[in-house]
Design a protein around this ligand. Structure first.
Ligand SMILES: [Zn+2]
Length: 420
């Protein structure tokens, strides 16, 4: 399948809700490159984030271009229309070159029986015992199972096809990178399901270069993975093998790789992921999403004075609006209200108290994942403070930038893509 704009083997999605940290983020990729770790930065921002903050996709493009120009970045970089659907894609078409087609809502919608049957028949060589190179167990899918799999995912693949064609009516096919995401599905996808989903995407002519499945376990925002790490590793490796097989067998782009969403702070998975990438010579896209905003809060807390007062007020508002702020993120956060500090208590905290509770250092007794998750979804509170929040960002830019760069470089790029 043709795709002239190729996605590099290692790429990382970086979200920047308020659009002030482009330089500090790119600085982390420069430090990585100095260590011989080549990772493509992808600035991503979803429709939901734009709507809550009042920004436009074109603002992200401007921010990325400015950071690249100012730091003289010579490598590739992308701007991601993150989690778009047909209703929300319009404004992303011109400024973006990476498109994350979110088709999770179409999973399970019924497809005509004859269409399902035709897909199964077209890919009948995937039925029965199929030996996937490197995978210790062969896949063994009966025709009946394949019908059920295709029946479950075909409308999602069709929707990805419709979206891809809508994008390429406006944009040249060789100027876009396509990711398909099903990570916001109800159920995780097994390696066998992944293979049939990719078959359906190939039938629809979608040149998918990055696929975001829903993995088993919980990927809560801004905190570590919750689940069985050994089971995840097995599933992740099986997915890598299926992808390699699908690239060759289904004629999908040779650059096709996995994408891990809500990938920031999943520290317990980084060792198994890094080892698996090395073992299979595989690439990976990881979205770190909105945690740069938490580094802004960390930097402001560190700065003390009015900046510390501001982040305490943001917490107080977030605490009183918890239900409303958490609602859009129900499947990707897990906050135990009883473990949240009372706002009156937080008001008495020093800079160090606030930073220690917020910064993700799993070894620290002071780290509070509930506090961190609530602040993660609290960015609309800061957005409503408008210029007051933005002036604080400007006034304490160096302190914040140090936290943003350090977080991406040390805790993410080095651990995921560094050498053993
Ligand atoms: Zn996602």
């Amino acid at each position: 399948m043709m795709c002239d704009m190729k996605l590099e083997p290692y790429s990382m999605g970086i979200g920047d809700r308020f659009g002030h940290q482009g330089l500090a983020q790119l600085q982390a990729f420069i430090l990585a490159r100095e260590r011989g770790i080549s990772v493509t930065p992808v600035w991503n921002k979803s429709y939901r984030e734009h709507a809550l903050i009042g920004s436009e996709p074109a603002d992200v493009r401007r921010e990325a271009d400015a950071a690249v120009q100012s730091l003289g970045w010579q490598g590739s970089y992308r701007v991601d229309a993150d989690h778009i659907n047909q209703k929300t894609m319009e404004r992303f078409l011109e400024p973006c070159d990476f498109f994350t087609l979110d088709v999770s809502d179409f999973i399970g919608r019924p497809s005509p029986r004859d269409i399902v049957e035709a897909v199964v028949e077209r890919h009948r060589r995937l039925l029965g015992l199929v030996r996937i190179p490197w995978l210790s167990v062969s896949l063994d899918i009966t025709r009946e199972q394949a019908r059920s799999l295709v029946g479950r995912y075909y409308e999602a693949a069709r929707e990805a096809g419709r979206m891809y064609r809508a994008i390429t009516r406006v944009r040249r096919a060789d100027s876009v990178i396509i990711e398909v995401s099903m990570d916001e599905a109800e159920q995780p996808q097994t390696p066998a399901e992944l293979l049939w989903i990719l078959a359906a995407l190939a039938d629809e002519g979608v040149p998918v270069q990055s696929f975001a499945p829903k993995f088993s376990g919980r990927f809560n925002k801004g905190v570590d993975y919750e689940g069985d790490v050994a089971a995840f590793s097995q599933e992740f490796e099986a997915d890598l093998c299926v992808l390699a097989f699908a690239r060759a067998e289904l004629g999908l782009p040779e650059t096709l790789k996995l994408s891990v969403h809500s990938g920031s702070d999943k520290f317990s998975l980084y060792d198994p992921i890094r080892r698996a990438l090395g073992k299979y010579g595989a690439g990976l896209h990881v979205k770190t999403a909105g945690t740069t905003w938490l580094e802004e809060l960390t930097g402001l807390a560190e700065a003390g004075g009015d900046a510390l007062r501001l982040v305490k007020e943001i917490y107080r508002h977030a605490y009183s609006r918890l239900t409303e702020l958490c609602a859009p993120y129900a499947t990707v956060i897990a906050i135990d209200r009883r473990k949240l500090p009372a706002p009156d208590e937080v008001d008495r905290w020093t800079s160090a108290d606030y930073v220690r509770s917020l910064r993700h250092d799993p070894a620290s007794l002071h780290f509070n994942p509930h506090f961190r998750q609530l602040l993660h979804v609290a960015y609309p509170v800061a957005a409503q403070r408008g210029s007051e929040y933005r002036s604080a960002l400007a006034a304490h830019a160096p302190t914040i930038a140090r936290n943003v760069t350090e977080n991406l470089f040390t805790r993410h790029l080095l651990r995921l893509f560094g050498c053993e």
